[in-house]
Write a protein that binds this ligand. Structure first.
Ligand SMILES: [Zn+2]
Length: 465
């Protein structure tokens, strides 16, 4: 049996025949989610689910796609919807999932780590809601201390909505936005931030670490009070580094959000690291086993499936986000009844090294015994050319000295898959390098991947200190 975790939403099947004309909007947003009591929130979510199902039912292609020939729908009876399902059903190849945004709105593309691209046709109304949820979430985190002068250092555009999202949040909070992007010269950016007394930085953890975590940057950023990060988990190592570079820096998630779903979670003032409240009025979260679709008990790590409640754009039902989460039991000390989720990490990341597929979880499982347990403090670099490849593992310079080249090679060679990498005829060398987190290689979108492929002529990270 599949149960909806968080709130028992539509335990009885909902008729998906012609929708009664409702006097109020089919999907409503709470102005302040944290002010609702449990019953009010449950009622609101149920109202929004019914509105979503009715909107889908009113659209023949979407109805067929989501409901088949069902006359009544119970969310938990629908199959889990995977990233591949979305890629197959998404525009421009198919408009089955698109309710009203086929010719107007915001088009986003989600790259994903593997497989097909997913394309989203979000309506302008949905885009407005994305911004409203983002601003509501930041308000919950900052309380009275609203951002005033904000440097938005996210990769702009390229069919990714993050930059626009952050700018819209600044507008709704009444802040002054500095649309920096991700390509500005580092010295020039530090200069701008100092001269304009920037108090808030919006960036990925990787970008922030490369900007702030290097020698001398902290002294130039005396006005910086808060980092609002998005795009990946912060990790303890980076949090510690940033906190020592800029004493008193408050580090908060801007949002837990994806291109496909819009904001899923937000942080209150009591939360840090990877714990978020759920935007529970418009998001139904389930912890499931991705392979079977079965529900997983609250508190256990599982794959996150979300239902995006919307009567416009491309609502998604039981969509597998690709993240591993724990749904936390009990209430938050902040007083909000909104469900809390702890993002354990992206569902496993993999890289194909010389015909052998190696996963992050596998590598980390081997390294744990040597004292490396936080994937954000490790980066596997493959330096490849036509003749072969060099394998290099970066460890944050704060990790224990047990992580030597010999010890790591011995440990990794024990694994069947990893062992094959070390016996590959085209491997030239293996080295372990100690490097500051700020010297880890980023990708074009400001993230710091666990696996990265580099040109053999790229700069040695030791020389970038
Ligand atoms: Zn809270």
């Amino acid at each position: 049996m599949t149960s909806v975790v968080g709130v028992p939403v539509n335990p009885v099947p909902t008729q998906v025949g012609p929708a009664a004309r409702a006097a109020e909007p089919a999907v409503r947003l709470a102005a302040d989610l944290d002010a609702l009591d449990r019953q009010s929130l449950t009622d609101l979510t149920a109202h929004n689910l019914a509105g979503t199902l009715a909107a889908i039912a009113a659209h023949p292609a979407a109805r067929r796609h989501w409901f088949g020939d069902r006359e009544t729908v119970r969310l938990g009876d629908l199959p889990i919807f995977t990233a591949d399902d979305l890629a197959r059903g998404s525009p421009p190849g198919s408009s089955d999932l698109v309710l009203d945004s086929a010719v107007s709105g915001m088009v986003l593309r989600s790259s994903g780590t593997t497989g097909r691209r997913k394309v989203l046709y979000h309506s302008w109304a949905f885009n407005d809601r994305v911004a409203a949820l983002g601003a509501r979430g930041v308000r919950a985190a900052v309380g009275e201390h609203l951002p005033r002068r904000v440097a938005v250092c996210l990769a702009p555009a390229e069919l990714n909505g993050a930059f626009d999202f952050a700018m819209n949040i600044c507008q709704r909070l009444g802040a002054q936005a500095y649309p920096v992007g991700s390509g500005m010269d580092r010295d020039e950016l530090l200069e701008v931030m100092a001269v304009h007394c920037i108090d808030t930085l919006i960036a990925s953890p990787g970008f922030a670490t490369r900007l702030i975590g290097t020698a001398g940057a902290g002294e130039r950023l005396g006005h910086l009070e808060r980092l609002l990060y998005i795009g990946e988990n912060m990790g303890v190592g980076r949090r510690t580094l940033l906190g020592s570079a800029v004493p008193g820096l408050r580090i908060t998630s801007l949002a837990y959000s994806t291109s496909e779903t819009g904001p899923i979670g937000y942080q209150c003032a009591q939360q840090n690291d990877n714990v978020h409240h759920l935007h529970e009025d418009v998001i139904i979260a389930e912890a499931v086993d991705a392979a079977t679709g079965d529900s997983v008990a609250a508190g256990a790590a599982a794959d996150l499936a979300v239902t995006v409640l919307s009567d416009t754009g491309m609502p998604l039902l039981r969509y597998l986000v690709g993240d591993r989460v724990r749904i936390l039991p009990g209430d938050c000390p902040c007083g909000s009844v909104a469900t809390r989720i702890d993002i354990v990490g992206r569902a496993d990341q993999t890289m194909n090294i010389d015909s052998t597929t190696v996963s992050r979880d596998l590598v980390m499982a081997h390294l744990a015994g040597l004292g490396a347990t936080d994937p954000a403090t490790v980066q596997v670099q493959v330096l490849r050319d036509d003749q072969g490849f060099d394998l290099r593992i970066l460890f944050a310079d704060t990790l224990p000295g047990t992580l030597t080249t010999d010890a790591v090679r011995t440990e990794l060679s024990r694994g069947y898959h990893l062992g094959r990498v070390f016996t590959s005829p085209t491997i030239r060398s293996f080295t372990v390098v100690r490097a500051p987190l700020s010297a880890f290689a980023g990708n074009g979108r400001g993230k710091t991947p666990f696996f990265v492929e580099l040109s053999p002529t790229s700069t040695d990270p030791e020389e970038t200190r």
